[in-house]
Design a protein around this ligand. Structure first.
Ligand SMILES: [Zn+2]
Length: 478
């Protein structure tokens, strides 16, 4: 398996950053225009010695893994693969990924032999060739037994098949594979063929498989022209079979991370189900797509239809002829029809949302609002950092101090368990794991260590907090 530490050693942060940012030397450090927010004067700083970066403008920071993850919107695993390739280190496959591939082969073979699955797929107008193309499979009815006999139960659990009950629930279900952007099979969705509840189950999330970071179907798209975002996996498969480029969010709640995967496409069209939930979700998708710097369009399906139902009825032409609505204009038109006071509140909310995004698209939309309504828009200030996050950042300036505070058990007083975990790790290892979420704070603390008075204030805060806690719940002392 690829080891992050090995890769970090054989890669230079400066050369990776220089591929996308023009850096100029300034003392011991290098400065450039931040690739993560738009700016005219450089506030993006790289420390070649420490191999860390930090931006004063937007607070982005960290090591080479954080940089690549943020820039390309990669998962940690994708960043690892990407950097390994740059470093010329060949990936030795992870055992768990190999295991998933083996299972996939088993599932596909099982599908070919099942009459029941065949009937089901025919009903859905999916030919055996197409089923094969999309990597569909069938979990054998005796999967648990097979895994036990092969002594692979533990391996299965580590790969997302959480326990025996889950495997039992999986047995006899139709499986759909999830791929990451490197083409690795990372997990499965499984649909019942017997009207079992729940209709769908997924293998559990692992470090490779984060469902909300993946878009089903993305790996099948060859061109980056238009793409439809649909709700369900079978909506997506039906679209693809009909030559309509689409991806499935897996539910109505599209995530920001999923949206960012579609950056690069010429046109993104939301095509959720023709029901109340679908309409509401389309409006939510507007914000998520805009936040990902994507101009959103949408089609609204006839009541009671979804892309799959429409296409299965042979109504491809009707689907393609549905008018593509400009979601921004649609929202503005709706606001215009409201009573004035309500309209202003709504507009301010929308403008506040846009003002907080800092992207070229959000600026453009804001300008349009100003032009259309010529009203003064209240600007919302960006949310301040959480106090505990500030304290974390201050403390990361001094490994010795953190070790000392850990001995005094002062971190128990902090509310945020993630921050507690980070501090405990830091106390022990004097650094954070590659690509860690709080690496931006460590980068800042390393490049610009906190001043003594700030450190003292942070310690006093923790001491006070601990005393408060002990008064509120004295039992914790024992
Ligand atoms: Zn920045």
């Amino acid at each position: 398996m690829l080891r992050p530490a090995d890769i970090k050693q054989s890669i230079d942060l400066v050369s990776i950053i220089s591929e996308s940012v023009q850096l100029k030397r300034s003392g011991r450090r290098l400065m450039g225009l931040c690739p993560f927010h738009s700016e005219k004067h450089p506030s993006f700083c790289v420390d070649p010695e420490k191999q860390l970066f930090y931006c004063h403008g937007c607070g982005a920071g960290g090591d080479v893994f954080n940089f690549v993850m943020k820039l390309h919107n990669y998962s940690f695993h994708e960043a690892l693969t990407f950097l390994a390739e740059k470093a010329g280190i060949r990936e030795i496959e992870d055992e768990r990924l190999k295991f998933l591939k083996q299972l996939q082969t088993l599932f596909r073979k099982t599908l070919l032999l099942s009459q029941k699955a065949k009937i089901y797929l025919t009903k859905r107008k999916i030919t055996p060739e197409k089923a094969e193309h999309f990597g569909m499979g069938l979990a054998p009815k005796n999967l648990l037994q097979i895994l036990k006999e092969k002594n692979q139960l533990l391996q299965a659990q580590m790969s997302g098949f959480k326990n025996e009950n889950f495997i039992r629930l999986l047995q006899g279900r139709l499986t759909l594979p999830f791929y990451d952007r490197c083409g690795n099979l990372v997990g499965f969705a499984a649909r019942t063929l017997n009207n079992q509840v729940p209709k769908y189950i997924n293998t559990e999330e692992t470090e490779f498989f984060k469902k909300k970071n993946l878009l089903f179907g993305l790996n099948f798209l060859q061109h980056k022209e238009k793409v439809y975002i649909v709700e369900g996996y079978f909506d997506c498969i039906s679209c693809l079979i009909n030559g309509i480029p689409s991806v499935a969010a897996g539910s109505t709640s599209l995530t920001t991370h999923q949206a960012k995967l579609l950056k690069g496409f010429d046109r993104v069209v939301v095509a959720f189900d023709g029901d109340h939930a679908g309409k509401k979700a389309t409006m939510r998708a507007f914000k998520i797509l805009v936040a990902a710097d994507i101009y959103p369009h949408a089609i609204f399906l006839p009541e009671g239809e979804d892309p799959d139902s429409l296409l299965r009825k042979g109504k491809k032409e009707q689907f393609l002829r549905l008018p593509e609505k400009d979601l921004f204009k649609l929202i503005i038109n709706t606001i215009e029809k409201l009573p004035p006071q309500k309209a202003i509140t709504k507009l301010n909310n929308l403008a506040g949302f846009l003002a907080n995004i800092h992207s070229p698209l959000s600026k453009l939309l804001l300008q349009q609002i100003r032009k259309t309504f010529s009203i003064k828009i209240e600007k919302q200030t960006r949310k301040h950092l959480e106090t505990e996050e500030q304290i974390l950042q201050i403390l990361l300036s001094s490994p010795e101090l953190v070790e000392n505070l850990e001995k005094r058990q002062l971190f128990e007083a902090m509310e945020n368990s993630e921050i507690r975990k980070t501090l405990k790790y830091f106390a022990k290892h004097k650094t954070l794991p590659e690509g860690h979420t709080h690496m931006n704070l460590l980068a800042r603390a390393s490049i610009y260590p906190a001043q003594k008075n700030l450190i003292e204030r942070a310690i006093r805060y923790l001491e006070r907090k601990k005393v408060c806690r002990e008064i509120v719940c004295p039992s914790e002392k024992s």
